[in-house]
Write a protein that binds this ligand. Structure first.
Ligand code: NIG
Ligand code: FE
Length: 411
């Protein structure tokens, strides 16, 4: 089945020779075609070109009505399965409490865990379904989702089953991450080793044997898990064939990045507190640095040093971190804009960080993240002219008019 999308005023994000990621000066260049067509065969991109060159034949012709087209975003870090919002904690922070203080007093992740444990699986699924739908409507066509609000065997498995069900329900690729090591649950407050043992001996094997996760993550930070604990958990995961991702350096210079590099983690995410040492460590590795500007914005903490990472030619990626505590944003267009206005990334740099480099953080770069032959036909149309600049410029609205996932209109 060949579908020809034509009358595209500009087709953005094309790659003639697909690369694994963009870094350094290459991040600042996004190729595009004016007056273009795009050929899709069985859900994959089969070709693209200009009207002037002539159009190929197809079974179906789709007039995109003179709109610009961009490849879908890859949101490589979300916590989209959760029970309820935490707007009360947000008010407490507005009145002066810190994120850490709230967490130490049973709020934060532990509050989300208490609510999630008492929420029925069906309800969690319905709410998460609506969130994923909204993410896709905003142009995200590949989405990672973590567990980590269960913090006991049954509740972690419940979250992962919800993610598995979402995988089957949406055309967009969804990747699952087991984040049992998100916090020490209240009942293990006096026995952190006991909880780590539970993760390693009970949770991880069940998750692996039931094929419920594609990766394992640990919140390696001040007040959460130490580098030594992180290493223990992620080495056990590796033995089960599960690759690592790490929440690193959000709350302090705590060795999270070095741990990620040492363990060959696919990505080190957050990075609000990083210095030269962290960037040099990342430079020696295949670990993708993932910045989460929604978190910096919402918590009022520093933004990751994008300019330094780009100067070091690191394949910087961006993600939403969509979650009820530190980043209640599901819209990657907003992340794109925040990265420009707050991290001084150029629109082109932030675009690659939200697409190809983010795909690399999930090791999906050969399948998604740009308009190139053989990749999934994931893209969205916009009425916004000069979209590469004007989507992040006109922030706060949804610029995506129609979204196609694997060549099918998402409705
Ligand atoms: O990525 N940092 C750890 N985990 C989430 C926040 C979780 C929460 O506050 O609910 C994050 O920011
Ligand atoms: Fe997170």
């Amino acid at each position: 089945m060949r579908k020809l999308f034509h009358n595209i005023s500009r087709l953005w994000g094309i790659e003639y020779t697909p690369e694994a990621y963009k870094s350094g000066a290459a991040m600042g260049v996004v190729d595009s075609l004016e007056s273009a067509w795009l050929l899709v065969e069985d859900g994959l991109i089969a070709g693209f070109g200009t009207e002037a060159e002539g159009r190929p034949k197809a079974n179906e012709y789709i007039d995109v009505k003179d709109r610009e087209l961009l490849p879908g975003f890859v949101d490589s870090h979300t916590h989209a399965v959760f029970a309820v919002p935490r707007e009360k904690e947000w008010r407490m922070r507005l009145q002066g409490a810190s994120y850490e203080e709230i967490a130490e007093n049973g709020g934060g992740i532990l509050n989300s865990a208490a609510r999630l444990r008492e929420t029925a699986e069906e309800q969690l699924y319905k709410d998460a379904y609506a969130r994923v739908e909204r993410m896709i409507q905003h142009g995200s066509t590949t989405i990672e989702i973590k567990s980590g609000y269960g913090l006991d065997l049954d509740s972690e498995l419940k979250m992962l089953r919800v993610i598995k069900r979402l995988k089957g329900e949406f055309p967009a690729q969804i990747r699952a991450t087991f984040l049992g090591a998100h916090a020490i649950p209240a009942e293990y407050k006096q026995d952190r080793e006991g909880y780590i043992e539970l993760i390693i001996k009970t949770m991880l094997p069940q998750v692996a044997y039931n094929l419920l996760a594609d990766h394992v993550d640990v919140f390696c930070d001040k007040g959460f898990f130490t580098p030594a604990e992180t290493e223990k958990i992620l080495k056990a995961a590796e033995k089960l064939g599960l690759p690592a991702k790490i929440h690193a350096n959000e709350l302090g210079l705590t060795g999270g990045v070095q741990t990620a590099v040492k363990l060959g983690a696919w990505s080190a995410d957050h990075l609000e507190h990083c210095g030269e040492e962290e960037f040099l460590a990342l430079k020696q590795s295949d670990t993708v640095p993932v910045a989460l500007p929604g978190t910096s914005y919402f918590l009022g903490i520093p933004f990751a040093h994008a300019r330094k990472m780009i100067a070091h030619e690191l394949p910087l990626a961006l993600a939403s971190d969509f979650n009820p505590g530190s980043s209640p944003v599901c819209n990657m267009q907003m992340i794109w804009s925040l990265a420009c206005s707050q991290m001084r990334m150029l629109p082109e740099e932030a675009f690659w960080a939200c697409t190809l480099n983010a795909a690399r953080a999930l090791r999906l770069e050969t399948q998604v993240g740009s308009v190139s032959i053989g990749k999934e036909a994931n893209f969205f149309s916009t009425k916004t002219e000069n979209a590469m600049q004007c989507i992040p410029y006109f922030f706060g609205v949804n610029h995506a008019e129609k979204v196609w996932v694997r060549g099918e209109l998402f409705e």
